[in-house]
Structures are given as structure tokens and as C-alpha cells.
Ligand binder design. Sequence first.
Ligand SMILES: [Zn+2]
Length: 414
Amino acid sequence: MSFSFQITKEVSAGNGAKARTGLISTPHGVIETPAFIPVGTKATVKSVLPESMKELGAQALLANAYHLYLQPGPDVLDEAGGLSKFMNWPGPTFTDSGGFQVLSLGVGFKKILAMDSTVFRRDDVIANNKERLAHVDDDGVTFKSHLDGSMHRFTPEVSMQVQHQIGADIIFAFDECTTLHNTRGYQEGAVERTSAWAIRCLDEHKRLTDERSSHPYQALFGVIQGAQYEDLRRAASKDLGSMSSSGLSFDGFGIGGALDKNALGTIITWINEELPREKPKHLLGIGAPEDLFVGVENGIDTFDCVLASRIARTSAVYTMQGRFNVSNAPFRRQFVPIDDTCDCYTCTHYTRAYMHHLFRGKEILAATLATIHNERFIVRLVDQMRQALKDGNFAQMKAEFMGQYTFKQPQAIG
Ligand SMILES: [Zn+2]
């Protein structure tokens, strides 16, 4: 086995929770944690070369099992020698299980909006006039491809088979993802199903690991559901944390499902109090700067989020002063970098005015340059948090960043 996690330092964040630094070792290299893992959904970070991702400090990339299952098909990745080789990314890789993508098909989940229960409405979570394209039963999920309308079925076994063929270093158990809109009763059922599926994932993972013993070891992370309910989150964590089947237990854990932004720290604390301390914890789909601080101070080791690259393609860029759209009129003649404290390729070579011009002209280079900047901004921010934990000044670093970041955000949006 060539997967391990070593905690190198633990720091109390004041509320009983412990932040930590560590090292995740995989067959394709080591990840220094806490770390932000950029998303390359279809085995590519849209519009950016793998070399540029390396240069901007990405330590690992996360791809999506659902998308790669539909296209090109997991057998193609298997034949290519696995995800890392296929996409020319020599470093560590993750795949998510496909659960979130399959279950959100057609219902218009808007996870970012739905994260804040004080502002979300039903319409934000379930889009009107949308046919539900996925149906859950106790054995798995039947869904319609968003590409050609063909019918498919994911079960825990299928998800493991697909993720073994894709061959990422860290893979996730197949879970039932819910939204904050689901009823308490439904959340209970989803936690029970996720638990039953977790055992089936361990069994199938063991079978495939033995059958494919010539392939590099893949670590399997269990996924904790339970939405905003303390008893459900604690029960799910206790259950998966001590779960063992076919002689295997989970190598780490993902925190998934509906997360109320305002309760993020509290929810992570409940989970951490139940899960084994020595295993790595990944916060699925979270990547806004303010949320990354909450995650790190509560002991999260890795994060992934598609937000940095997705918003980049709409001209939204992060700066130390907040987020703004560089295609907006005020930036037309600003011959300064997007962020003058940023060390990325885009900020050291190009101006806001040039970026504004590329977006207005619908030039594809706009997406490349904006994505490089946003990914660097988030990767570097988490790197700075890791350094602050090592130096013992995390609280000060957070206060300085948040003071600046939130203070100027409203006017930067205009
Ligand atoms: Zn930059």
C-alpha cells in the first residue's frame, strides 16, 4: 500500500477544534495539507495546460467520475494507463463518486446559493419546469445522460468499478447527496442509504483492489451526509468512522451534501468530534475564501471546488479586496494587474485593461488568463493558511485577510 497521512502539526483554533498541517502520500506524489485541489471535471481544468496548473502551485487535481463515465468511458482511461497519464498530469489525482452529479441532474441544484439557508428559496434549489432526470432507490440511482438522453444506472459497485478504471489516487464512496430543501425524514433515509452503500463500496473496493493488484493503490474515502442536523451528522460520522468490511476501513473522509454556509464551522466540528483524528478529511465542493478559513481552522485537510475556474470564465476575478468582474466598464483603462499582490502568470504579464478587452471581444485567451489567476489566488490562499499554521499566526492572518477582503467587496462588485 502506498497511501498514508501524517499529521505534522496541530493547532488549537480556540473553540475546541484543532487545525492541522500534514502530508498525504499517494502513488503519484505527496500533498502538503491543508491544500486546495483544483477541479478538472472532464480530465482537464478548462482552458489551462497541466503545466500551468503545476506552475501555479496545484498539488493535485480532482476529476469527475460521472462525466468521465459518459465520455470517453472509463475503459478508455484504463487502457490509457489511468487518469494521471491520460491527462498528462503526473501528480496526485482525485475523482468524486458521481453521486452529486447524478442526483442533481435536471433538478438545477445550485449548491452555492443553497449553502445559505437564510437566503435560499425553493426555486434556487429545484429549478421550475425541469424534469427530474435521476431516481433513487435503495440499490442505486437510475439516470438519464445529459449528453444524449440515454438511460444509465449507478450503484455503489458500478461507482467503484468506474473509479478503479479511471484510476485516481483518491476516490470517494458512492453517496446520496441531498439539498437543504429535502425534509428531515428524507435526510434520515439518505443517511441510512449512504451507510448501506458505504459497506458495499468497501466490499467492491476490496474485490477490485485484489483483482487489479498490478495497478497503483487507490485510497477510498467515505462520505459523510446528514445536512444541517447534528444527530444525523454525528451518527453518520460515527458509523462511517468505525466501519469495516472485507477487512477494509476508509482511508479518509469527505464531508458532503447540503451545507448551510452560516453553520459550516459547527457542522465540521460535530463531524470531527466523531471521526478518527488520524484520517484525512476533505470538504467537498467548497472553495470561497471565507469558507476555506472556516474549514482549515476546524481541521479540514483538503478542499475542491469548481468555482474558481467557473467564475473566471464569466470574467469574475478574486482580489485581496474582494471579487469583481473585469469585463465591467471601469476596468477598460486600468493598466494594472488584476491584483498587484498576486504572483501568477496573468498578473505578472497582463493588465485589467487587456483582460477587459479579451472578455469584451469574446477571445478564448480571456478564460485561460482569468482561470490561471483565480486558481492561483485560491491555491495560494490555502498555502498561506498552511504556512500561518506552521508559524503559529493563523488567527492574525485570517483577521488581516478577512478585514481587507470583506471590507471592499461591495464597491468592487459595482
Ligand atoms: Zn494573479
